[in-house]
Design a protein around this ligand. Structure first.
Ligand code: CTP
Ligand code: MG
Length: 225
């Protein structure tokens, strides 16, 4: 069994504007609907858990989408808190070995082939797997608006979502990071903290997370194509 967990309790501060970015539309649908549909369309995915902010007035109230259950819970102050809340609210036992796909609600352009590759990698590996891509640009360390150094790019990847782990292992890893007061910005970092080495699955560069208005224009283009 595979479940999707979508952290969707952010406020979109870098985007700005009156509503959180996951509810902005691209190609006729809110970003969160694109993200949910991409996961629920996969035949192996049984349902989705969405973590919303306590004062969310924009959630459309879906209890199912594409014929599969959509459950919801209240998220937390940081992305990792929202993911942990989602994992704990899933049906079944918190320590079970359900495969979970954690995916940003603001990442609308996930393609089926990437999801297939991720699931295949994560199922065969107790450390789990994430989608990502190698860095392509030259990297500069900056200080006061000037270049301090050119950093080696070899071996550096960008981390995308979905990130796929066994529910029990990821819950324990995120709880450990929270107890230590460490804010992790993705699920893999929590697994790395407890000594695991999740697999990197190279995915499409156009699986973008909408962070700024320019990203929304790009998402509109990609989803409309
Ligand atoms: N998220 C969440 N709970 C939080 C913070 C973020 O569920 N406390 C979710 C966002 O809704 C988004 C995903 O995590 O789907 C990725 O986070 P990010 O891109 O940082 O979104 P925001 O936190 O909303 O944006 P910003 O950091 O610019 O405020
Ligand atoms: Mg954020």
């Amino acid at each position: 069994m595979i479940w999707a967990v979508l952290p969707a309790a952010g406020r979109g501060q870098r985007f700005g504007g009156p509503i959180p970015k996951q509810y902005l539309h691209a190609a006729g649908k809110p970003l969160i609907e694109h993200a949910l549909a991409a996961l629920l369309a996969h035949p192996r995915v049984s349902g989705a858990m969405v973590a919303l902010s306590a004062d969310d007035a924009l959630w459309p109230g879906w209890s199912e989408l594409l014929g599969k259950p959509v459950l919801r819970c209240i998220g937390g102050g940081e992305r990792a808190d929202s993911v942990l809340a989602g994992l704990r609210a899933l049906p079944g036992h918190a320590g079970d070995d359900t495969l979970v796909l954690v995916h940003d609600a603001a990442r609308p352009n996930l393609r089926r082939a990437d999801l297939d590759a991720l699931i295949a990698a994560a199922e065969g590996d107790p450390a789990g797997a994430i989608l990502g891509a190698p860095l392509r640009d030259t990297l500069k360390r900056a200080g006061a608006g000037r270049i301090l150094a050119t950093e080696p790019r070899d071996g550096l990847w960008r981390a995308f979502t979905p990130q796929a782990f066994r529910r029990g292992a990821l819950t324990a890893a995120l709880a450990e990071a929270a107890a230590a007061g460490v804010v992790v910005t993705d699920e893999a970092s929590a697994m790395e903290r407890i000594g695991l080495r999740p697999r990197l699955v190279e995915g499409r560069e156009d699986n973008l997370k909408v962070t700024t208005p320019a990203d929304l224009a790009l998402a509109e283009y990609l989803l409309g194509a």
